[in-house]
Write a protein that binds this ligand. Sequence first.
Ligand code: SF4
Length: 495
Amino acid sequence: ADEVKLDPWGSSTIADYRKLFEQFGIEEFDAVLPDVPNPHYLMRRGVIFGHRDYDPVAEAMREGDDFAALSGFMPTGDPHIGHKMVFDEIIWHQQQGADAYGLIADLEAHAARGLTWAEIDEHARSYVLSLLALGFDPEEGELYRQSENRELQDLAFELGAEANASELQAIYDFDGETNISYMQSVVTQMADILYPQLDEPKPTVIPVGPDQDPHMRLARDLAARMRYFGVTEAFASFEAQPEERPLLRQAYDAREEYAEDPEMPRCGEAADWLRDHEPASADARESAVEKLTNAGKEPLRPRTRIFDRRATDAAFEALIEAVDGEKRVYDEHVDAFDLSQSEAEEIARQVELDNGGYGFLPPSSIYHRFMTGLTGGKMSSSIPASHISLLDDPADGYGKVKSATTGGRATAEEQREKGGKADECPVYELYAYLLSGDDDEFATEVYEECVGGERLCGGCKEQAAELMAQFLEDHQEKRAEWEEKLDELDIDLDT
Ligand code: SF4
């Protein structure tokens, strides 16, 4: 059933999301889907519709390399079926081999939403219980509260040194009245996003709703800003081990020959620097001359690649080591050596890492669609009938589904004739996002029966309501089991 691709969303919804692709550079998930081994049903069904830089995560999954997944929950109320999607995304990545992290954003809840610590304690516990009940493995993964995590706060402090107030103001609509702890909770959140890479850089995915994208952009930006640390030290380390870099030598030697060429100002700079610091070996010089003779047959322009790729990269690496880390010089060299921005960033990252810096990889993200509220419109925690809490009594959950808005026609007759509008039906969404689980065939069947007029809303809702009540019952049983074991786990849940 893997090849079944549902398209349960109307074109108008797609158009809304398209803006995100165009304006913010979020990419369509479909493009990366074939590279994901055993994609989750939310991926297969297009509920996860977008991503930013997910390719390295998919690659790590395929290759069995280290990668991580992290998401945070602000404990402002009870976890509901919208949160379940994010729980599932974390758990699925954990099952695919990720280091998985679930964090409670208690500092944010306190600073941004004004919750008391007693309220936060209660909700924090509840989020953790649902995450565990849905399958998070606490032995393999890490659960933490922001306020209890010292390493996280140290990292937040470092990241805060790279951000400034007017920037946060622009991104988050802060103004002069915004309290300082709120800003602190933002840098803490940036630290959360980079936290899985603290010991070792690795591809990291943050599953979020599209409204969280500004956090991702800032975190990616801050990760890059950390990269300019340690460049001076990198220079020293390069000098200490020149023999390990024969290609670099060649590249330098070759560039030296062009030092006089007014078309190649950057190469001239490289050569000047090299002359001052490191006489080339005879062999390297010879090989460079050979390369130059070959290259000389072609007219040379500043952006022409004349050496093999590794040599160019290595040369660039040494150049950023040689400069004092100023962004301006960095950009000029990116230009002079015709590297793509990401290639150049990768080199800079390596330099930083070699020298005791963080070497963060830009964090990746995936974006899921929001569930429609059961009453139509947005699903909102503040409108109980619009959502189903994971703590709702199964009978209440049943009742909410039974009273949900549908995409049905005015009469049964019309429905048989024209079919229902599953694309616009919150009940269908429940099937696709939750009730069908991994069973694509079942989800497809519901969809096709609906649009084909074979399925009527009364029976359809009855079936959904029963499945929902069953889900809630099972989930709450598992929560109760974890409740008993929770104290044995090494998670600091109370303030
Ligand atoms: Fe929605 Fe089911 Fe009615 Fe179709 S039949 S519109 S899926 S409730």
